[in-house]
Design a protein around this ligand. Structure first.
Ligand SMILES: Cc1ncc(COP(=O)(O)O)c(C=O)c1O
Length: 337
């Protein structure tokens, strides 16, 4: 089992193309109307998303990033001392949002395969549990939750506990490995799916994400939202990105190729590599070094990941099973958040 290092954000500063070209053009066009407030209920985007997902627009709530939705959910459902169950390690924002709401984090360690320990998570549910957070594929291990395991979990959990399925990296999941979350949502109304435009679509800076959930919960999220929080530029870029399916497929495929290339390069350097899943690529600690690491390959990061693979080489020339390292001489660790 890996022990993980902390997390740091290091933003892309190279010259690569960031958003999909169609989104960049839509933003440039919308920039001429900056004096206007955005559509408050983001109806056009919700209708477009509904068509994309096979749900109704009433079941979609659009917010400034999925973190924005999640904060509303946790703050709205939890009183002080209520519990939110999630995996440790998973997305670093979870405990922060729980603490901000005055609720209590119940962190369940990952299993030996670095996936969610769903049995332990179900057993951790108490009368105070209001929300469970599941991340599939998981950040940072990339391990997906299979459809059948997730369905069994939903059967085991009380129906008044909201189960949030965070699919931030769903576009990068291997076909069939993860759940069909929308189907599960139809069977279990206590499910709320979170999706984002920040990674595969490359729109992190514009802040737009969304929830797919029952019309009642989505309505609650809209009613309690800060008005006009999703900018007009973000709404236009999101719609243009959804319309640019082919550009998007090419982007995802390029990132997957980069993941394979980086994995092969690290393999060749002697790292005991955890096979890249989703957009993560990681290594177990090499002999004598206590920490493993993970890196995330995104459109924004694929260029820098290429550099980092090279960076890793210099402090630890070709690690071998007998290579030792001290904590202080570790190379720059790739960021995971
Ligand atoms: C698992 C997970 N969920 C959500 C987010 C944030 O999404 P957004 O940019 O839409 O707030 C991230 C960002 O790293 C993430 O890793």
């Amino acid at each position: 089992m890996l022990r993980y290092s902390g997390s740091r954000r290091r933003e892309f500063s190279g010259r690569g193309v960031i958003g999909l070209p169609a989104a960049t053009a839509a933003v440039a066009e919308a920039a001429g109307r900056m004096n206007r407030y955005p559509a408050m209920a983001a109806v056009e985007l919700r209708v477009r998303l509904a068509r994309h997902l096979g749900v109704t627009a009433e079941e979609v709530a659009v917010r400034p990033g999925s973190v924005g939705v999640l904060q509303q959910i946790i703050t709205g459902l939890c009183d002080a001392g209520d519990e939110v169950v999630f995996a440790g390690r998973s997305f670093e924002a979870y405990p922060i949002l729980v603490e901000l709401a005055g609720a209590r984090s119940v962190r369940i360690p990952l299993d030996d395969a670095e996936g969610h320990d769903l049995d332990a998570m179900a057993a951790a549910v108490t009368g105070r549990t209001k929300v469970i957070l599941l991340c599939t594929p998981n950040n940072p291990t990339g391990v997906p939750i299979s459809h059948d395991r997730l369905e069994a979990f939903l059967q085991a959990v009380r129906s008044d506990v909201l189960v949030v399925i965070d699919e931030a990296y769903v576009e990068y999941a291997d076909a069939g490995a993860g759940p069909d979350a929308v189907t599960l949502y139809r069977r279990y109304p206590n499910v709320c799916i979170l999706r984002i435009f920040s990674k595969a679509y490359g729109l992190a800076g514009l802040r737009v994400g969304y929830a797919i959930t029952t019309a009642a919960i989505a309505e609650g999220l809209r009613r309690t939202a800060l008005p006009f929080a999703v900018s007009a530029l973000a709404q236009r870029a999101a719609i243009a990105s959804l319309d640019a399916g082919e550009e998007m497929e090419a982007r995802v495929s390029a990132v997957k190729q980069e993941r394979a290339r980086m994995a092969a390069e690290l393999d060749a350097q002697g790292w005991r590599l955890q096979r890249g899943r989703a957009i993560f690529c990681g290594s177990a600690p090499i002999s004598g070094c206590s920490r493993g690491w993970w890196t995330r390959l995104t459109p924004r990061a694929s260029w820098s990941a290429r550099t980092r693979a090279t960076e890793c080489r210099s402090p630890w020339p070709t690690p071998t099973p007998t290579t030792a390292c001290s904590g202080s001489s570790q190379p720059t660790r790739p960021d995971t958040l």
